[in-house]
Ligand binder design. Structure first.
Ligand SMILES: CC(C)=CC(=O)SCCNC(=O)CCNC(=O)[C@H](O)C(C)(C)COP(=O)(O)OP(=O)(O)OC[C@H]1O[C@@H](n2cnc3c(N)ncnc32)[C@H](O)[C@@H]1OP(=O)(O)O
Length: 258
Protein backbone atom coordinates (compact mmCIF):
# COMPACT_ATOMS: atom_id res chain seq x y z
CA UNK A 1 0.00 0.00 0.00
CA UNK A 2 1.32 3.48 -0.89
CA UNK A 3 1.40 6.12 1.84
CA UNK A 4 2.01 9.87 1.73
CA UNK A 5 3.66 10.43 5.10
CA UNK A 6 5.27 7.12 6.04
CA UNK A 7 7.50 4.57 4.32
CA UNK A 8 7.09 0.86 5.01
CA UNK A 9 9.76 -1.73 4.16
CA UNK A 10 9.50 -5.41 5.04
CA UNK A 11 12.64 -7.52 5.18
CA UNK A 12 13.66 -10.61 7.18
CA UNK A 13 10.23 -10.75 8.86
CA UNK A 14 10.61 -7.22 10.26
CA UNK A 15 8.49 -4.25 9.15
CA UNK A 16 10.43 -0.99 9.27
CA UNK A 17 8.05 1.98 9.36
CA UNK A 18 9.60 5.43 8.87
CA UNK A 19 7.74 8.63 9.61
CA UNK A 20 8.36 10.83 6.59
CA UNK A 21 7.35 14.49 6.90
CA UNK A 22 10.84 16.03 6.95
CA UNK A 23 9.52 19.54 6.23
CA UNK A 24 7.70 19.53 9.59
CA UNK A 25 10.08 17.37 11.65
CA UNK A 26 7.57 14.51 11.39
CA UNK A 27 4.86 16.47 13.19
CA UNK A 28 1.90 14.17 13.65
CA UNK A 29 -0.94 15.41 11.47
CA UNK A 30 -4.17 13.51 10.89
CA UNK A 31 -2.92 11.93 7.65
CA UNK A 32 0.26 10.64 9.27
CA UNK A 33 -1.57 9.25 12.30
CA UNK A 34 -4.21 7.56 10.12
CA UNK A 35 -1.55 6.11 7.82
CA UNK A 36 0.54 4.93 10.76
CA UNK A 37 -2.47 3.21 12.35
CA UNK A 38 -3.29 1.55 9.02
CA UNK A 39 0.30 0.41 8.44
CA UNK A 40 0.63 -1.00 11.96
CA UNK A 41 -2.69 -2.81 11.66
CA UNK A 42 -1.61 -4.26 8.31
CA UNK A 43 1.77 -5.35 9.74
CA UNK A 44 0.01 -6.95 12.70
CA UNK A 45 -2.12 -9.02 10.27
CA UNK A 46 0.73 -9.87 7.89
CA UNK A 47 2.07 -13.41 8.49
CA UNK A 48 5.41 -12.36 7.00
CA UNK A 49 5.96 -9.79 9.78
CA UNK A 50 7.06 -10.89 13.27
CA UNK A 51 8.31 -7.61 14.70
CA UNK A 52 7.94 -3.91 13.87
CA UNK A 53 10.44 -1.04 14.10
CA UNK A 54 9.11 2.52 14.10
CA UNK A 55 11.55 5.33 13.37
CA UNK A 56 11.78 8.89 12.07
CA UNK A 57 14.65 10.88 10.60
CA UNK A 58 18.04 11.59 12.16
CA UNK A 59 16.85 15.09 13.22
CA UNK A 60 13.42 14.09 14.53
CA UNK A 61 11.55 10.99 15.50
CA UNK A 62 8.55 13.34 15.73
CA UNK A 63 8.29 16.93 17.01
CA UNK A 64 4.81 16.33 18.36
CA UNK A 65 1.30 16.83 17.13
CA UNK A 66 1.02 19.19 14.18
CA UNK A 67 0.56 22.60 15.81
CA UNK A 68 -0.56 24.22 12.53
CA UNK A 69 -3.35 21.66 12.22
CA UNK A 70 -4.37 21.94 15.90
CA UNK A 71 -4.14 25.70 16.41
CA UNK A 72 -7.70 26.60 15.36
CA UNK A 73 -9.49 23.60 16.85
CA UNK A 74 -12.31 24.25 19.30
CA UNK A 75 -13.23 22.25 22.39
CA UNK A 76 -16.03 20.67 20.36
CA UNK A 77 -13.54 19.62 17.65
CA UNK A 78 -11.09 18.18 20.20
CA UNK A 79 -13.45 16.53 22.68
CA UNK A 80 -16.32 15.81 20.30
CA UNK A 81 -13.94 14.41 17.69
CA UNK A 82 -11.84 12.51 20.31
CA UNK A 83 -8.65 14.16 19.02
CA UNK A 84 -5.86 11.52 18.67
CA UNK A 85 -7.92 8.94 20.60
CA UNK A 86 -8.70 6.37 17.87
CA UNK A 87 -5.17 6.34 16.45
CA UNK A 88 -3.33 5.99 19.76
CA UNK A 89 -5.79 3.29 20.86
CA UNK A 90 -5.12 1.38 17.62
CA UNK A 91 -1.38 1.56 18.22
CA UNK A 92 -1.68 0.28 21.77
CA UNK A 93 -3.77 -2.70 20.57
CA UNK A 94 -1.10 -4.03 18.16
CA UNK A 95 -0.12 -7.54 19.34
CA UNK A 96 3.25 -7.83 17.63
CA UNK A 97 6.22 -6.16 19.33
CA UNK A 98 6.98 -2.59 18.25
CA UNK A 99 10.41 -1.07 18.87
CA UNK A 100 10.67 2.72 18.70
CA UNK A 101 14.05 3.76 17.27
CA UNK A 102 14.39 7.39 18.32
CA UNK A 103 16.88 9.85 16.87
CA UNK A 104 16.67 13.60 17.44
CA UNK A 105 13.50 15.18 18.79
CA UNK A 106 10.76 13.06 20.36
CA UNK A 107 8.58 15.83 21.74
CA UNK A 108 4.97 15.98 22.87
CA UNK A 109 3.05 13.44 20.79
CA UNK A 110 6.41 12.20 19.46
CA UNK A 111 7.56 11.21 22.94
CA UNK A 112 4.11 9.77 23.64
CA UNK A 113 4.12 7.76 20.42
CA UNK A 114 7.54 6.30 21.31
CA UNK A 115 6.24 5.40 24.78
CA UNK A 116 3.20 3.66 23.25
CA UNK A 117 5.64 1.25 21.56
CA UNK A 118 7.01 -1.72 23.52
CA UNK A 119 10.47 -0.34 24.12
CA UNK A 120 12.64 2.51 22.96
CA UNK A 121 16.15 2.35 21.57
CA UNK A 122 17.61 5.86 21.50
CA UNK A 123 20.36 7.41 19.43
CA UNK A 124 22.95 9.47 21.31
CA UNK A 125 21.40 12.65 19.86
CA UNK A 126 17.84 11.85 21.07
CA UNK A 127 15.90 14.46 23.03
CA UNK A 128 12.66 13.67 24.81
CA UNK A 129 10.18 16.21 26.11
CA UNK A 130 6.59 17.13 26.89
CA UNK A 131 6.60 20.83 25.95
CA UNK A 132 2.82 21.11 25.52
CA UNK A 133 2.77 23.42 28.56
CA UNK A 134 4.46 26.07 26.37
CA UNK A 135 1.47 25.94 24.02
CA UNK A 136 -1.13 26.50 26.73
CA UNK A 137 -2.23 22.86 26.80
CA UNK A 138 -1.04 19.63 28.42
CA UNK A 139 0.10 16.25 27.14
CA UNK A 140 -2.83 14.28 25.76
CA UNK A 141 -1.72 10.82 24.66
CA UNK A 142 0.37 9.47 27.51
CA UNK A 143 2.77 12.23 28.58
CA UNK A 144 1.37 12.51 32.09
CA UNK A 145 0.51 8.80 32.47
CA UNK A 146 3.02 6.59 30.66
CA UNK A 147 5.93 8.96 31.31
CA UNK A 148 5.19 8.94 35.06
CA UNK A 149 5.25 5.14 35.08
CA UNK A 150 8.56 5.12 33.20
CA UNK A 151 10.51 7.83 35.02
CA UNK A 152 8.58 8.45 38.27
CA UNK A 153 6.58 11.42 39.49
CA UNK A 154 9.41 13.89 40.06
CA UNK A 155 10.91 13.78 36.57
CA UNK A 156 7.49 13.48 34.90
CA UNK A 157 6.31 16.59 36.77
CA UNK A 158 9.53 18.42 35.88
CA UNK A 159 9.15 17.62 32.18
CA UNK A 160 5.42 18.31 32.02
CA UNK A 161 5.56 21.53 34.06
CA UNK A 162 8.78 23.12 32.79
CA UNK A 163 8.72 21.63 29.29
CA UNK A 164 12.45 20.84 29.54
CA UNK A 165 13.99 18.20 27.30
CA UNK A 166 15.75 15.06 28.52
CA UNK A 167 18.80 13.87 26.60
CA UNK A 168 19.51 10.24 25.73
CA UNK A 169 21.84 9.62 28.68
CA UNK A 170 19.27 10.91 31.17
CA UNK A 171 16.51 8.98 29.42
CA UNK A 172 18.52 5.76 29.80
CA UNK A 173 19.35 6.49 33.46
CA UNK A 174 15.67 7.18 34.14
CA UNK A 175 14.37 4.00 32.50
CA UNK A 176 12.62 5.74 29.61
CA UNK A 177 14.78 3.98 27.02
CA UNK A 178 16.21 0.48 27.07
CA UNK A 179 19.55 1.38 25.48
CA UNK A 180 21.46 4.18 23.76
CA UNK A 181 23.43 3.53 20.59
CA UNK A 182 25.61 5.69 18.31
CA UNK A 183 23.36 7.84 16.12
CA UNK A 184 24.45 6.42 12.74
CA UNK A 185 23.83 2.86 14.00
CA UNK A 186 20.34 3.47 15.38
CA UNK A 187 18.27 1.75 12.70
CA UNK A 188 20.65 -1.18 12.23
CA UNK A 189 20.72 -1.80 16.00
CA UNK A 190 16.93 -1.62 16.21
CA UNK A 191 16.56 -3.97 13.22
CA UNK A 192 19.01 -6.38 14.78
CA UNK A 193 17.00 -6.40 18.04
CA UNK A 194 13.82 -6.91 15.98
CA UNK A 195 15.36 -9.85 14.09
CA UNK A 196 16.31 -11.46 17.40
CA UNK A 197 12.70 -11.18 18.53
CA UNK A 198 11.52 -12.50 15.15
CA UNK A 199 13.48 -15.73 15.77
CA UNK A 200 11.48 -16.56 18.90
CA UNK A 201 8.17 -18.35 19.11
CA UNK A 202 5.54 -15.77 18.24
CA UNK A 203 3.18 -17.28 20.80
CA UNK A 204 5.62 -16.74 23.66
CA UNK A 205 6.55 -13.28 22.36
CA UNK A 206 2.87 -12.28 22.37
CA UNK A 207 2.35 -13.75 25.83
CA UNK A 208 5.43 -11.93 27.19
CA UNK A 209 4.27 -8.62 25.70
CA UNK A 210 0.76 -9.05 27.07
CA UNK A 211 2.07 -10.05 30.48
CA UNK A 212 4.51 -7.10 30.81
CA UNK A 213 1.75 -4.71 29.68
CA UNK A 214 -0.58 -6.20 32.28
CA UNK A 215 1.79 -4.96 34.99
CA UNK A 216 0.74 -1.40 34.12
CA UNK A 217 -2.95 -2.14 34.37
CA UNK A 218 -3.41 -4.18 37.50
CA UNK A 219 -2.27 -5.01 41.04
CA UNK A 220 0.92 -7.01 41.65
CA UNK A 221 -1.09 -10.00 42.89
CA UNK A 222 -3.32 -10.03 39.77
CA UNK A 223 -0.33 -9.40 37.51
CA UNK A 224 1.64 -12.28 39.01
CA UNK A 225 -1.34 -14.58 38.61
CA UNK A 226 -1.79 -13.48 34.97
CA UNK A 227 1.90 -14.14 34.31
CA UNK A 228 1.83 -17.56 36.00
CA UNK A 229 -1.24 -18.70 34.05
CA UNK A 230 0.26 -17.43 30.80
CA UNK A 231 3.52 -19.26 31.57
CA UNK A 232 1.65 -22.47 32.42
CA UNK A 233 -0.38 -22.24 29.20
CA UNK A 234 2.85 -22.27 27.18
CA UNK A 235 3.09 -26.00 28.03
CA UNK A 236 0.22 -26.57 25.60
CA UNK A 237 2.42 -25.42 22.69
CA UNK A 238 4.71 -27.37 20.36
CA UNK A 239 7.19 -24.50 20.69
CA UNK A 240 7.70 -25.26 24.39
CA UNK A 241 8.55 -28.88 23.52
CA UNK A 242 10.84 -27.74 20.72
CA UNK A 243 12.55 -25.00 22.77
CA UNK A 244 13.35 -27.27 25.68
CA UNK A 245 14.34 -30.24 23.47
CA UNK A 246 16.66 -27.98 21.45
CA UNK A 247 18.37 -26.81 24.66
CA UNK A 248 18.87 -30.39 25.85
CA UNK A 249 20.11 -31.52 22.42
CA UNK A 250 22.47 -28.49 22.21
CA UNK A 251 21.00 -27.18 18.94
CA UNK A 252 19.11 -24.10 17.72
CA UNK A 253 15.34 -24.25 18.30
CA UNK A 254 13.12 -24.24 15.21
CA UNK A 255 9.96 -22.54 16.37
CA UNK A 256 6.76 -22.97 14.35
CA UNK A 257 4.41 -20.69 16.31
CA UNK A 258 2.31 -23.66 17.37
C1 LIG B 1 -0.03 15.11 21.07
C2 LIG B 1 -0.34 16.30 21.88
C3 LIG B 1 -1.46 16.12 22.80
C4 LIG B 1 0.29 17.49 21.84
C5 LIG B 1 1.51 17.86 21.13
O1 LIG B 1 2.29 17.06 20.69
S1 LIG B 1 1.75 19.54 20.98
C6 LIG B 1 3.32 19.67 20.15
C7 LIG B 1 4.48 19.51 21.06
N1 LIG B 1 5.72 19.78 20.37
C8 LIG B 1 6.32 20.96 20.38
O2 LIG B 1 5.87 21.92 21.01
C9 LIG B 1 7.61 21.08 19.58
C10 LIG B 1 7.49 22.15 18.49
N2 LIG B 1 8.72 22.29 17.75
C11 LIG B 1 9.80 22.91 18.23
O3 LIG B 1 9.85 23.37 19.35
C12 LIG B 1 10.96 23.07 17.30
O4 LIG B 1 10.51 22.89 15.98
C13 LIG B 1 12.12 22.06 17.57
C14 LIG B 1 12.77 22.39 18.92
C15 LIG B 1 11.62 20.62 17.59
C16 LIG B 1 13.19 22.18 16.43
O5 LIG B 1 13.60 23.51 16.29
P1 LIG B 1 14.40 23.95 14.96
O6 LIG B 1 14.71 25.40 15.13
O7 LIG B 1 15.53 23.02 14.71
O8 LIG B 1 13.39 23.72 13.75
P2 LIG B 1 12.11 24.59 13.36
O9 LIG B 1 12.51 25.63 12.38
O10 LIG B 1 11.38 25.05 14.57
O11 LIG B 1 11.19 23.49 12.66
C17 LIG B 1 11.34 23.12 11.27
C18 LIG B 1 9.96 23.12 10.65
O12 LIG B 1 9.16 22.14 11.31
C19 LIG B 1 7.97 22.75 11.80
N3 LIG B 1 7.53 22.10 13.02
C20 LIG B 1 8.29 21.68 14.05
N4 LIG B 1 7.54 21.13 15.00
C21 LIG B 1 6.26 21.21 14.58
C22 LIG B 1 5.01 20.81 15.13
N5 LIG B 1 4.93 20.17 16.30
N6 LIG B 1 3.91 21.08 14.41
C23 LIG B 1 3.96 21.66 13.20
N7 LIG B 1 5.13 22.06 12.62
C24 LIG B 1 6.26 21.83 13.31
C25 LIG B 1 8.35 24.20 12.03
O13 LIG B 1 7.22 25.01 12.06
C26 LIG B 1 9.23 24.47 10.84
O14 LIG B 1 8.42 24.63 9.69
P3 LIG B 1 8.51 26.00 8.83
O15 LIG B 1 9.92 25.99 8.29
O16 LIG B 1 7.46 25.84 7.77
O17 LIG B 1 8.26 27.12 9.78
Amino acid sequence: MAYETIIVEIEDEVALIRLNRPEALNALNATLLDELSAALTEADRNDKVRCIVLTGSEKAFAAGADIKEMAQKSFVDAYGGDLFGPQIDTISRIRKPIIAAVSGYALGGGCELAMACDFIIAAENAKFGQPEINLGVIAGIGGTQRLTRFVGKSKAMDMNLTGRFMDAAEAERSGLVSRVVPTPKLVSEALSAARKIAEKSQISVMAAKESVNRSYETTLREGLLFERRAFQSMFATEDQKEGMAAFLEKREAQFRDR
